[in-house]
Design a protein around this ligand. Structure first.
Ligand SMILES: Cc1ncc(COP(=O)(O)O)c(C=O)c1O
Length: 406
């Protein structure tokens, strides 16, 4: 009689990565809510606003018209042309449709880029703090994430000399994310030029610029993308963006990448053997979002600015937190070094930002993410992509929870 063993097949590739910290946090909050707890959720990474009506109508029309079949692996011509037009209109950059790849969210574009270009041991420079997924995505594609810490004193923005030091003969990509998740910091024109000069001085290094928060900018003028500041990067960069955040369309899963046609062909080959293509209906919706009226974006940013002002007004008075006003995205990333070593009202010692986030959840019923998931501790990430009253109440509770520490 044969014995059936139950050994789960696991690839070495998968064993290198862990579940997304923000995804896990979201599940934890949902579970608490299902159990009947009222949680003020500042852990969210998506706008709470609804997708604009004309975008929804375009999706319904696509269904009615019968646009319900596979599309080309690079995306529909209409959507790629809408991206071409977006770059002309908003960035003053001229590209053509052969330079555009449509993915299932910016996240899938990033994954395809790493999977299509990295070989074992190739390095990718990831400035810290970083969006939680970059290091794992690099590792999944056999690459080595090289974390380059950026200093809090310089708004967590990497300097040209710090970048230069992080580059080795194995470096293939440098990831820049501006405006940044989790810090909200945005690079200035001068800073982008200096970083681009370093990249251009290393022949084999490419720039992966994640511009997903491009439109969430609270300073003067607009947030600048590397490609518009340094056109010479066009031959050696992939700019990643999408409709998720800008048009409140996270669930539609549409992102795009813009790069040299030769690189785009590699991403398309991978797509053709994996996803085949992105949902035809979502692509029709994203086309309408990019080609249609843009007043939603202005409204969204004005709404978020009001929330940011309200949050900073309260958090700025919390003695135990170091809060820098972000210039973009929809996150605040306070340092919480002075909280470490304190004791909670029920006698627990706070030994890390993970403990602090757990304390805020238990004691104040406010969900935040700990900075360790973003590569910089001790700190926490607060999202203001939620209703103004919720933001205000949550910040008041954080203040009271800090005051209750001994
Ligand atoms: C920096 C950054 N890049 C990419 C993404 C993924 O965006 P998408 O929903 O288009 O996959 C996110 C989502 O949180 C993000 O914060």
């Amino acid at each position: 009689m044969s014995t059936v063993t139950n050994i789960l097949p696991t690839s070495a590739r998968l064993a290198r990565i862990k579940p997304s910290a923000s995804g896990s946090a979201r599940e934890r909050v949902m579970q608490l809510m299902r159990e009947g707890h009222t949680i003020l959720d500042l852990s969210i990474g998506e706008p709470d606003l609804d997708t604009p009506d004309h975008v929804k109508a375009a999706a319904i029309e696509a269904i009615t018209r019968g646009d319900t079949k596979y599309t080309g692996a690079a995306g529909t011509h209409a959507l790629r042309e809408a991206v071409v037009e977006k770059y002309r209109r908003e960035n003053g950059v001229t590209i053509d449709a052969s330079q555009v790849f449509i993915g299932s969210g910016a996240k899938q574009v990033l994954h395809n880029a790493f999977a299509a270009t990295l070989n074992a041991g190739d390095e990718v420079v990831v400035p810290a703090p970083y969006w939680v997924s970059y290091p794992d995505m690099v590792a999944l594609s056999d690459g080595v994430p090289v974390i380059a810490p950026a200093s809090a004193a310089r708004d967590y923005k990497l300097t040209a000399s710090e970048l230069d030091r992080a580059i080795t003969p194995r470096t293939r990509w440098v990831v820049l994310n501006s405006p940044n998740n989790p810090t909200g910091a945005s690079y200035s024109e001068r800073e982008l030029r200096e970083l681009a000069d370093v990249i251009l001085s290393h022949e084999r290094v490419w720039l992966l610029s994640d511009d997903i928060y491009e439109h969430f900018h609270y300073g003067k003028g607009k947030a600048l993308t590397p490609l518009e500041v340094v056109p010479e990067l066009a031959e050696r960069s992939l700019s990643v963006n999408g409709v998720s955040k800008t048009y409140a369309m996270t669930g539609w899963r549409i992102g795009y990448g813009v790069g040299p046609a030769s690189l785009i062909r590699q991403l398309v080959t991978l797509q053709s053997q994996t996803l085949s293509c992105v949902s035809s209906i979502s692509q029709a919706a994203a086309t309408a979002a990019l080609n249609g009226p843009q007043d939603f974006v202005e409204h969204c940013v004005a709404t978020f600015r009001e929330r940011l002002d309200a949050a900073m007004h309260i958090l700025g008075t919390v003695e135990l937190l170091d809060c820098v006003r972000p210039s973009g995205a929809f996150y605040i990333f306070p340092g919480c070094a002075r909280v470490i070593g304190k004791t909670t009202p029920d006698g627990k010692r706070i030994g890390s930002d993970v403990d602090f986030a757990a304390y805020l959840l238990d004691h104040a019923k406010v969900a935040v993410l700990d900075g360790s998931a973003y590569g910089v501790s001790p700190s926490i990430r607060l999202s203001f992509a939620t209703a103004l009253d919720t933001v205000k109440e949550a910040c008041h509770r954080i203040k009271s929870a800090c005051e209750a520490l001994k």
